[in-house]
Write a protein that binds this ligand. Structure first.
Ligand SMILES: [Fe+2]
Length: 217
């Protein structure tokens, strides 16, 4: 049982990592992301409502229950992307996607990544970070493979974005655009063997999203 205050996205976002807590009171308007994918445990809200694994909800002044693993992004609207000073500080603090990946197609993209938060071992290992996109309507580049074998989804934190999914083996034809507003985690796009279609994140407005990577082994 633990509540860990994480600093990887500070001072822009204050995040608690909550593990095995029967209940937890959320005071200010916050985003709760249920990370109990391996355990397949729902987080219970008031009444009959719940948050499925790898889904999120925005809650305020509420006791949430049955938390196996979760992120609580506290008062997430505190990070104001309309404030030029905040934006300048994010761009100064976080590395560009190209600096992080070294992949040629990422050069010049207005994507900035916070340090990663890693937790768990083996098949329970997961890595998360926050990513800021400085412009709307900028795709991150279609890809099918990753640097590790993980199950990947993305949670939208501020602003608007989408996950674009292409037909298998064909990045010319868009199959789906999974639109995301704050509190949305797009549906899974990998199959049971961890095979992905071509896919890419695309900003709709300047925004912040959270890639969630769950190791398969
Ligand atoms: Fe990906």
């Amino acid at each position: 049982m633990s509540i860990l205050q994480l600093d990887f996205a500070e001072p822009f976002f204050s995040i608690d990592y909550v593990e095995d807590e029967a209940s937890c009171y959320v005071e200010k308007k916050s985003m709760v992301i249920n990370l109990a994918e391996h355990e397949q445990k729902n987080i219970l809200l008031d009444g009959e409502r719940f948050i499925l694994p790898l889904k999120a909800a925005v809650v305020q002044d509420m006791t949430i229950r049955n938390i196996t693993r979760a992120f609580i992004v506290k008062d997430f609207e505190r990070c104001n992307l309309d404030d030029p000073k905040t934006v300048a500080e994010i761009k100064q603090s976080w590395k560009t996607l190209y600096e992080m990946s070294g992949i040629a197609r990422h050069k010049g993209l207005p994507y900035y990544k916070s340090p990663k938060f890693c937790i768990g071992e083996g098949s329970r290992h997961m890595e998360l970070n926050f990513c800021y996109v400085d412009q709307g309507m900028v795709p991150s580049g279609p890809h099918r493979d990753h640097d590790r074998d993980f199950d990947e989804v993305h949670a939208q934190i501020r602003g608007y974005g989408m996950m674009r999914v292409y037909d298998y083996n064909d990045n010319e034809h868009i199959h789906q655009e999974l639109n995301m507003a704050p509190g949305t985690v797009h549906d899974k796009m990998y199959d049971s063997e961890g095979k992905y279609p071509w896919h890419e994140y695309k900003s709709v407005t300047p925004c912040v999203y959270c890639p969630i990577e769950l190791d398969r082994h």
